[in-house]
Design a protein around this ligand. Structure first.
Ligand code: ADP
Length: 580
C-alpha cells in the first residue's frame, strides 16, 4: 500500500506541474487520525471535487471508520470542505478534510476554492431536547478543547458544543507557535534570559500598557506548566525561536516545523476523543441560562433540535469577532473594506450572550491588523517567516521598518508605502525549515527567481528598484553576518541570512486578524459583571475574552492565552461544579 501511495504521489506531482486550467487531476493527501495517518485520494479540477476515497486508515471501528465513509461522501456532494463532521469522530473527520486539503494543494489546486458554506435544507419543526452535564463548554477551538480535556481530567462530565461542522476555529489557523517563559525546552537550548518577567514586560509593551497586568502575569507564570501539560498529552513544542514584538526567545513550536494550530487542535481533539468527551458539531449555543444570578446551562440548536443544556457551570470559548463586520465597524468604522484572516464562525456570539446576562466587556475597539496577509485569498503569511529570517521590502526594493516590530507598528509602516503594500522576501533555506513556506509556494502565492535580479523582475519591480533590491539583500546578509541591523535596529530572527537560491517574494498587506477586546474575566477566568463582581458559574477563556493583549497582541500569545486560560477555566469550572 505504502509503495502505491508513493507512486501515486510522484505521479500527482508530475501531473500537478503539467496541469492546465480546468484539467482533472488526481492526488493523494494525508491527515493525522486517531491511530496514524488517514490517506485519501482525490480527483478534482479547479472547480469540482469529483471523488474522495480513503485509501488507508486505521481508525476505531464503528466511530472513526464511520467518518471515513461519511465525510468523503459529504465533501463530494457539497463540493466543499466545510461539511459536517461525524459526531464522536472529530479527529478522523478533521483528518479527512486535512488530507483532502493536502491532496488539492499537492495537485496544484487551491483548497480555499472549496470552502463554500453548505446551505442546509429547510428544517421542519425542531424537536425539543434536554441534555445534562457538569460543565457545558461553548466552542471547540483551542480554548474550548483545552478546557474540555482539563475539566475531564479534574473529574467533570463535560459536553462541548461547536456551531461549525468542524473543530478548531481560528486556532486551527495559528501558524507560528506558543510563547512560554522559563520552560525546560528553553533551558535545553541554553536560553536563560527569556524568563517570566521579560515575557510580562514584552507583552505589556506590545499591548501599549493597556493590558490587564493580573491576567498577563497569570499567563506568563503558568506558561511553562502549560507547555509541560501539552507534552504530557502528546503535544510537545520543543523548538524555540523569537517572534514579532519580543526581545527574547519564547516562541515554542512543533519539532517537525508544522503550523502550531493544526498540530495542537489535532492533538487536543485526539485527547478529547480518547477521554470520551462528547463534542456536538453543528450545534450553536444561543443563550446562557440563569437561575438566581448564576449560570446553569445554555440554550442551543442544531438542524433538528432545540436543546436545553442543563449544567452546573458554563465555559464560553467562542473566539473573537473578526468575521463580524457589523460588530467590528461599530467600534472601528475604518475597517469596513479590510480583508480578514478569521474563520467564518468568529462572529462574537459568546460576547453577545455574556453581555445579555450582565457581563462587562473591555477594549472592544482594539482590533488587530496583521501586517502580512496575502490579499487575494486573505491567507495569512505567518510571522514565523520573519522569525526565521524573512524581511519586508517595498516597491522601491527597499526595507522600510524593523520587520519584527509589533504588528500594529509594521502594519502602519506598510500602509505608508507606495500602494499600501509590501513584499515578504525569503530563500530556499527558510523553505526547507518551514512547512508553511512550502505551502505558500504550492498555492502559487510567491514570485521566485534564481538570483536577486531575477526575483526583482518577477516581483514586477522596474528601473532603479531592481538594483536597489539587490543592494538591500546584500546589505541585509551583511547585517546578519555581523549580527547588527544598522538601518532599522532589528535584533531577532537573524540566525540565518537569505543567500540560498532560489529566492521568493509574496506580496502582502495588512488584514484583520485578532480582536483583542472581549468579555472581562479575572485570573480565575470567572466572568465579571458590569457591577464588578464574578457571575457565579460563568467562565470564559481565549479570544472571546479581553484584557490579556491590551492594545496589540504579540505573535505567539494567542496560543499561550488559549492554553493557559483554557486550562484554568477547565480547572476552576470543575471545582465550581463539584461544589454545586
Ligand atoms: P479560541 O482560540 O479562543 O479557542 P477559536 O476561534 O479557535 O477561539 O474557537 C472558537 C470556537 O467557538 C470556533 O470553533 C467557533 O466556531 C465556536 N463558536 C463560536 N460561536 C459559537 C456558538 N454560538 N456556539 C457554538 N460554538 C461557537
Amino acid at each position: 500500500m505504502k509503495k502505491l501511495i508513493v507512486v501515486l504521489m510522484i505521479l500527482m506531482l508530475v501531473c500537478a506541474g503539467a496541469m492546465a486550467d480546468g484539467e482533472k487531476v488526481t492526488a493523494v493527501g494525508r491527515g493525522q487520525g486517531i491511530n496514524g495517518d488517514v490517506v485519501v485520494q482525490v480527483e478534482a479540477d479547479a472547480e469540482k471535487i469529483y471523488s474522495v476515497e480513503v485509501i488507508e486508515q486505521n481508525e476505531t471501528p464503528g466511530i472513526g471508520s464511520v467518518a471515513a465513509e461519511k465525510v468523503p461522501e459529504a465533501i463530494e456532494q457539497a463540493n466543499s470542505l466545510l461539511v459536517d463532521g461525524v459526531s464522536g469522530a472529530t479527529v478522523t473527520s478533521v483528518a479527512i478534510t486535512t488530507a483532502v486539503r493536502e491532496a488539492l494543494t499537492e495537485a496544484g489546486l487551491d483548497p480555499a476554492a472549496f470552502e463554500t458554506v453548505v446551505e442546509k435544507a429547510e428544517a421542519g419543526e425542531k424537536t425539543e431536547a434536554e441534555l445534562t452535564c457538569d460543565i457545558v463548554i461553548v466552542g471547540a477551538g483551542g480554548a474550548g478543547l483545552t478546557a474540555a480535556v482539563r475539566a475531564n481530567q479534574a473529574g467533570a462530565k463535560v459536553l462541548v458544543l461547536e456551531k461549525m461542522s468542524m473543530v478548531g476555529g481560528n486556532s486551527l489557523k495559528a501558524s507560528g507557535g506558543m510563547n512560554c517563559a522559563g520552560t525546560k525546552f528553553q533551558e535545553a537550548q541554553g536560553i536563560t534570559d527569556s524568563g517570566v518577567e521579560e515575557f510580562i514586560e514584552d507583552t505589556m509593551n506590545g499591548g501599549h500598557q493597556m493590558n490587564d497586568l493580573a491576567l498577563v502575569r497569570t499567563m506568563a507564570e503558568n506558561s511553562a506548566e502549560a507547555v509541560d501539560w501539552l507534552a504530557s498529552i502528546g503535544a510537545p513544542l520543543p523548538k524555540v525561536a523569537a517572534t514579532g514584538g519580543t526581545t527574547h526567545k519564547y516562541l515554542h513550536s512543533p519539532e517537525d516545523g508544522s503550523p502550531v494550530g493544526t498540530y495542537l487542535v489535532a492533538k487536543l481533539s485526539e485527547q478529547a476523543e480518547k477521554l470520551g468527551i462528547e463534542i456536538m458539531l453543528n450545534t450553536k449555543a444561543t443563550e446562557i441560562l440563569m437561575e438566581n444570578g448564576a449560570a446553569v446551562g445554555v440554550k442551543a440548536e442544531d438542524d433538528a433540535h432545540l436543546y436545553t443544556v442543563k449544567a452546573k457551570a458554563v465555559i464560553l470559548a467562542t473566539g473573537g469577532f473578526g468575521s463580524n463586520f457589523e460588530m467590528m465597524t461599530g467600534f472601528n468604522p475604518s475597517l469596513a473594506n479590510a480583508v480578514t484572516t478569521n474563520h467564518p464562525g468568529a462572529t462574537g456570539d459568546g460576547i453577545l450572550m455574556a453581555e445579555a446576562v450582565g457581563a462587562a466587556t473591555v477594549d472592544m475597539d482594539q482590533i488587530q491588523l496583521h501586517p502580512t496577509v496575502y490579499q487575494a485569498t486573505s491567507m495569512l503569511v505567518s510571522e514565523k517567516m520573519r522569525s526565521l529570517g524573512a524581511i519586508l521590502v517595498n516597491q522601491e526594493g527597499k526595507r522600510f521598518t524593523n520587520d519584527l516590530a509589533t504588528r500594529d507598528a509594521v502594519s502602519a509602516a506598510e500602509l505608508e508605502q507606495t500602494g499600501g503594500y509590501a513584499y515578504i522576501i525569503f530563500d530556499q533555506n527558510l523553505v526547507d525549515h518551514n512547512k508553511s513556506a512550502a505551502e505558500y509556494i504550492a498555492k502559487g502565492m510567491a514570485a521566485t527567481g534564481e538570483t536577486y535580479e531575477k526575483l526583482a523582475e518577477n516581483m514586477g519591480l522596474t528601473g532603479d528598484a531592481v538594483a536597489a533590491f539587490v543592494e538591500t539583500m546584500n546589505t541585509w546578509n551583511k547585517a546578519v553576518a555581523e549580527g547588527k541591523d544598522e538601518e532599522f535596529g532589528r535584533n531577532n530572527g537573524m540566525d540565518d541570512d537569505l543567500s540560498t537560491a532560489p529566492f521568493y517574494a509574496i506580496q502582502i498587506a495588512p488584514g484583520i486578524h485578532h480582536t483583542m477586546g472581549g468579555i472581562k474575566i479575572n485570573p480565575d477566568t470567572e466572568v465579571i459583571s458590569t457591577q464588578g463582581s464574578a457571575i457565579p458559574g460563568l467562565f470564559a477563556a481565549g479570544e472571546t475574552t479581553g484584557g490579556v493583549h491590551g492594545g496589540n497582541r504579540i505573535g505567539g500569545n494567542a496560543v499561550c492565552d488559549f492554553v493557559v486560560f483554557g486550562r484554568i477555566a477547565g480547572e476552576k469550572a470543575a471545582e465550581y461544579a463539584a461544589a454545586h
